[in-house]
Design a protein around this ligand. Structure first.
Ligand code: NAD
Ligand code: DAU
Length: 354
């Protein structure tokens, strides 16, 4: 089996669902179930013996040691993290605890387990660390896209904590020989995306008749990848990636935020027109910018394409249409994730911006 951490979050749950749709190799899913973890994402796996869920922290070494010894995975994929930049600005502590300390503890337990394996199993074993393009910092408008050789220049508490975790993973290869792989991916979007992030927030607010908050001038650029394409890249890197290598993952889809918001509004105008006939674009509201807001991210995905033959299956146009349709068809999921904790966050983040 494989061990997936953070498998109840947005990307982790998409990964687990896709994995088990393709293979019978079981998944041990370790997730702390923070506000971002949602077992409802995995409801379709209820009663499926191939999915073993354990609620727990990647920083809990005792738990990790016993899970590894008991289940003996052939690979560990680390998705678990605090992932929202704005939350990291309000409270960096959890980011350091999970993304840095947690990753270090996970690496330590995995190393001990890996050393206990016989030579054949040790050679085949992989630790795959799921990271982000944000570790590379911000690009000027004309700079070339991030390659794997870019310096790490993180600018937010979130990206600094992810950069630290990337360094730890590298160190565990160089110092201890742990066979690691790292992926640095651009912005994901798709089903099961928690509505604190731009695209699901815009869909949910639009349908609720609320303002669509655009930070600053809305001209910041992100590079968007449909989540299922990120999952296929991770599967491919796990299967054929060279030990110790970093693979940038992206869909060559650079877009200014305001274009994303306009695209979502146009799709909603088509698929679920407002009762008064006006466009959802009339709900757009420019608000105070994010402190230290990175201006532009862009991923050069040539290496994973060239070495591993990976290509995204979705264009931005096909992926964003599927995404909007998914939210329209899954309003109950949205209602359930809008818990008290979610409402408190919306108040904290947006009250002072308006
Ligand atoms: P998410 O916030 O939706 O999910 C994170 C999951 O990790 C949640 O289920 C949460 O309960 C769990 N978790 C948090 N702390 C934990 C801990 N201490 N122990 C165990 N589980 C814990 O995040 P996501 O968007 O799915 O991102 C997954 C990974 O991919 C992260 O490492 C993130 O940095 C990276 N990433 C995300 C994106 C993106 O656009 N969302 C892009 C590139 C990389
Ligand atoms: O680049 C990969 C990263 O993408 C991941 O590592 C992070 O985990 C993930 O959260 C995401 O980070 P971003 O900060 O880019 O995503 P977010 O959806 O928060 O914001 C996308 C852009 O939209 C960003 O420029 C900020 C802007 N924004 C965001 C929100 C929530 C707004 O204009 N208004 C908003 O209300």
């Amino acid at each position: 089996m494989i061990l997936v951490t953070g498998g109840a979050g947005f990307i982790g749950s998409n990964f687990v669902l896709d994995w088990l749709a393709r293979t019978d190799e079981a998944v041990l899913n370790l997730d702390k179930l923070t506000y971002a973890g949602n077992l409802e994402n995995l409801a379709s796996l209820q009663g499926d013996a191939r999915h073993v869920f354990v609620q727990g922290d990647i920083g809990d070494s005792t738990l990790l040691d016993s899970l590894l010894t008991q289940h003996r995975p052939r690979a560990v994929l680390n998705f678990a993290a605090e992932s929202h930049v704005d939350r990291s600005i309000h409270g960096p502590e959890d980011f350091i605890q999970t993304n840095v300390v947690g990753t270090m503890r996970l690496l330590q337990s995995v190393r001990a387990y890996w050393q206990s394996l016989d030579e054949k199993q040790r050679t085949a074993f992989r630790f795959l660390h799921v990271s982000t393009d944000e570790v590379y910092g911000s690009l000027s408008p004309t700079a070339p896209a991030f390659t794997e050789n870019n310096k790490l220049e993180p600018n937010s508490p979130y990206s600094a904590s992810k950069a630290a975790s990337d360094h730890l993973v590298r160190a565990w290869l160089h110092t201890y020989g742990l066979p690691v792989l790292t992926t640095n991916c651009s912005n994901n979007y798709g089903p099961l995306h928690f509505p604190e992030k731009l695209i699901p927030l815009i869909i949910v607010n639009a349908l609720a008749g609320k303002p669509l908050p655009v930070y600053g001038d809305g001209l910041q650029i992100r590079d968007w990848l449909y989540v299922k394409d990120h999952c296929s890249a991770i599967r491919r890197v796990l299967e054929a990636g060279r030990v110790g290598e970093i693979y940038n993952v992206g869909g060559w889809n650079e877009k200014p935020n305001i274009d994303i918001v306009n695209t979502v509004c146009t799709l909603l105008d088509e698929l679920r027109p407002r009762g008064d006939g006006a466009s959802y674009k009339t709900q757009i509201s420019y608000v105070q910018d994010r402190p230290g807001h990175d201006r532009r991210y862009a991923i050069d995905a040539s290496k994973i394409e060239r070495e591993l033959g990976w290509r995204p299956a979705e264009t931005f146009e096909s992926g964003i249409r599927k995404t909007v349709q998914w939210y329209l068809e899954n309003q109950a999921w949205v209602t359930h994730v809008q818990s008290g904790a979610y409402r408190d966050w919306v108040q904290t983040n947006y009250a002072r911006r308006s």
